[in-house]
Each structure stands twice: as structure tokens, then as C-alpha cells.
Design a protein. Structure first.
Length: 198
């Protein structure tokens, strides 16, 4: 399978994973906020959350969203949320889930970008890895079965909980809408993977 053979719905899935990864890796600048504001949803659950994100983005200023991002993820000492698989699954950072992820990354030829210093099990990196697997950024596009295995091990057990926490966090305004969209998208992925043959 080549990158041109990827089904349209898989390309859309990858785009949404990339989009979530971009928003969670750092605060969006005006250009990204403008792109968010230009999104349009439909009457599906995901479409409604995308429409809500567009409305919030339209009313948001980069400086305010940067303060929000810092309060949520950086803070003094630590942010309101710790967006790492290890933390959500064990209560501690840099634990077994990170080691397992690093093993799976090595097996798939995925390496951490040289300008990224966060542990690889952060939510932004995992969203980007999933997108890359779908479109073949790390070699051949991953089969649906390989995607399901990776998702079920590294994303499914905790990402929905993280996005719910992001949606409800006291410092969330713009990011509450990101949390809503991420939560619905994770539910869609969970159901789609559940329906694929085991």
C-alpha cells in the first residue's frame, strides 16, 4: 500500500489525530486559531464539537490561549493536568507504560523528534504517532490491525479520561472544546476498532 492508496476516511482520521496533536503540543498561534475558527461541523456528535471549537476559536486571542495552555499543562511546578500515559495509568511519570511505548516505537521505527524533550507518552506525541502510522510516515501505512493494537495498548486505556479531564478543567476555555472533540473522537475510534475483526 502506498500513501496514495490510503482510504479517504483514514486520511481524515490521520488529519484529526494530527490536528489534536498540534493543539496539544503547544499553544496555537493566530494562524492556527484562524484555521480552527474556519472549521465547520455537522449534526454528528463529532461535528457538533468541531462547530463548538470553531466558535470558541473565533472569540479567542493567542495570548489568552497561551496563558490557558500554560495553566493547564505547565504551571508553577506543574500544570492542572499531566497529559502522560504513565501518569494516567500508574499515578506516576516515566513508568512502565512509557517503557512499553518506547519498545513499540523502536519496533515500528518511530523516533522522538530531536526538538522534543517531553517523555514520548504525552498525549500530543501519541496523537502524532497514530496519524503517522495511518498514513505511513514511519514506513508502510500500518494495517488496521496494527493500528488497533497500538491504540488499544497506548491510547485507548487513558486518552478518553484525559480528554474528559481537559473538557472539565477549571482553566479550560478554548481547551474545553478541544477536550470535547478529543473525547468524542476517542469514542468513535474505540467503537470502530471494536467492530474490526479481532
Amino acid at each position: 500500500m502506498t500513501i496514495t492508496d490510503i482510504a479517504a476516511e483514514d486520511r481524515l482520521r490521520a488529519d484529526f489525530y494530527n490536528f489534536l496533536g498540534l493543539l496539544l503540543a503547544g499553544p496555537p498561534d493566530q494562524m492556527v486559531l484562524d484555521q480552527c475558527a474556519g472549521l465547520s461541523g455537522d449534526e454528528t456528535d463529532l461535528g457538533k464539537t468541531i462547530g463548538a471549537m470553531a466558535r470558541v476559536a473565533k472569540a479567542s486571542k493567542p495570548q489568552a490561549v497561551e496563558r490557558e495552555f500554560n495553566a493547564l499543562f505547565i504551571g508553577l511546578g506543574r500544570g492542572e493536568l499531566l497529559p502522560y500515559a504513565s501518569y494516567y495509568l500508574t499515578g506516576f511519570l516515566n513508568e512502565k507504560p512509557l517503557a512499553q511505548l518506547r519498545n513499540d516505537m523502536a519496533a515500528r521505527g518511530i523516533t522522538r523528534a530531536p526538538n522534543v524533550y517531553e517523555p514520548e507518552d504525552n498525549i500530543a506525541s501519541l496523537m502524532e504517532m497514530m496519524a503517522g502510522m495511518i498514513v505511513g510516515r514511519f514506513g508502510e501505512p500500518a494495517s488496521l490491525e496494527a493500528q488497533k493494537t497500538f491504540w488499544s495498548k497506548h491510547i485507548g486505556p487513558w486518552a478518553g479520561h484525559f480528554f474528559s479531564d481537559l473538557e472539565a478543567a477549571k482553566n479550560s476555555v478554548f481547551y474545553a472544546s478541544v477536550g470535547s472533540a478529543g473525547k468524542v473522537f476517542m469514542e468513535i475510534e474505540r467503537e470502530a476498532f471494536r467492530m474490526t475483526a479481532a
